[in-house]
Design a protein around this ligand. Structure first.
Ligand code: HPA
Length: 276
C-alpha cells in the first residue's frame, strides 16, 4: 500500500532541495505536452531544476519529454514549467505519475494549465486545431487518489463537478476568436496507452461522450482539483482517431504534427497566461 506519510515527506524533501537553489514562488504551473516542449524559451528564466537532481524522482522515458522544472516569469506572471511528464504506460504507479504535479503545488502554484497532444474522434474538429476541456472521463485509468488520503492536500472524497475552471475555459475560447485560432470546447478521455486505440474502442468512447483522447492529463487534472488548484486543460489535436483517420497512427506522426503547430499552441498559451 502507498505510504502516504513517506510520500508527503518526500515532497517536502524535494521542496527543501529546490529551495536551496531558488526561492522563486510560482503562481501558475504548466505541464508541457508534446509540441510545447520549448515553451519555456518565452520565459525570463530564474532557475532550472533537473528531475535527476532530486533523489528518487520519477524520470520520463517518453520521447520529447526532457525532465526539468523551469522557473521564470512570463508577462509578469511567475510560472513553473514541467518540461517532461511521467506517463502511466511507462510503468510507474499512478501516485508517481502525479508526483511532479503535486510538487508544483507544494512550491506555491495555485493554477495549472495542463497541455497535451490528443487524437480526435469528433469529426467537427480538425487536425491542427485545439480543444479546451470542459470535462474529462478517467474511468479507464486508476485514480491517482487511490491509497491513504493525504489530508494536507485535500479531502478523501473530492468533488469533481467543476474539475476545469469555467471562467478559464471561456477565456481560452475568447482568445481563440480574437487570434483566429480554431479552439473547440469538449470532453477529454484518458486511456492508458501505449497502444493506440482500436476502431471499436473509439466508437465506444465517442458513444460515451468523449471528443478527444490521450494517454495523460486527466489524472493530473484530478490531482490538481484535489489540491484545490484552478485547472485548465488544453489539447493540441495531432490526429484523427483510429477508424476516422485514413492513415495508420504513429508516435512519429503525433510528434511531427505537434511540432508543426507548436507556434500556434505557444500563441494560445501565452495569451492565456497574459489573461489569467
Ligand atoms: N490516441 C491516444 N493518444 C494520443 C493520440 C491518439 O490517437 N494522439 C495523440 N495522443
Amino acid at each position: 500500500m502507498l505510504d502516504a506519510k513517506a510520500y508527503y515527506q518526500r515532497l517536502l524533501e524535494y521542496e527543501k532541495e529546490i529551495r536551496k537553489v531558488t526561492d522563486f514562488v510560482p503562481e501558475v504551473a504548466i505541464v508541457l505536452g508534446s509540441g510545447l516542449g520549448d515553451f519555456a524559451k518565452n520565459l525570463e528564466v530564474e532557475a532550472v531544476i533537473d528531475y535527476g537532481d532530486l533523489e528518487g524522482f520519477p524520470v520520463s522515458t517518453a520521447p520529447g519529454h526532457a525532465g526539468q522544472y523551469i522557473f521564470g516569469t512570463l508577462n509578469g506572471v511567475k510560472m513553473v514549467c514541467m518540461k517532461g511528464r511521467i506517463h502511466y504506460y511507462e510503468g510507474y504507479d499512478m501516485s508517481e505519475v502525479v508526483l511532479p504535479l503535486r510538487l508544483m503545488r507544494v512550491l506555491g502554484a495555485k493554477t495549472v494549465i495542463i497541455t497535451n497532444a490528443v487524437g480526435c474522434m469528433n469529426e467537427n474538429f480538425s487536425v491542427g486545431s485545439f480543444m479546451v476541456s470542459r470535462d474529462c472521463i478517467a474511468s479507464f485509468v486508476p485514480s491517482p487518489l487511490i491509497g491513504p488520503n493525504i489530508d494536507e492536500f485535500g479531502p478523501r472524497f473530492p468533488d469533481m463537478s467543476e474539475i476545469y475552471d469555467r471562467e478559464t475555459i471561456d477565456k481560452v475560447l475568447r482568445i481563440g476568436r480574437e487570434t483566429g485560432l480554431e479552439v473547440h470546447e469538449g470532453v477529454f478521455i484518458q486511456l492508458t496507452g501505449p497502444q493506440y486505440e482500436t476502431a471499436s474502442e473509439i466508437r465506444m468512447y465517442k458513444a460515451l461522450g468523449a471528443d478527444c483522447c490521450g494517454m495523460s492529463s486527466a489524472v493530473e487534472a484530478i490531482t490538481a482539483a484535489h489540491m484545490g488548484m484552478k485547472v485548465c486543460g488544453i489539447s493540441c489535436i495531432t490526429n484523427m482517431c483510429t477508424g476516422i483517420s485514413k492513415t495508420k497512427l504513429s508516435g512519429e506522426e503525433v510528434i511531427e504534427v505537434g511540432n508543426r503547430v507548436s507556434g500556434d499552441f505557444e500563441i494560445l498559451i501565452k495569451e492565456l497566461v497574459r489573461n489569467l
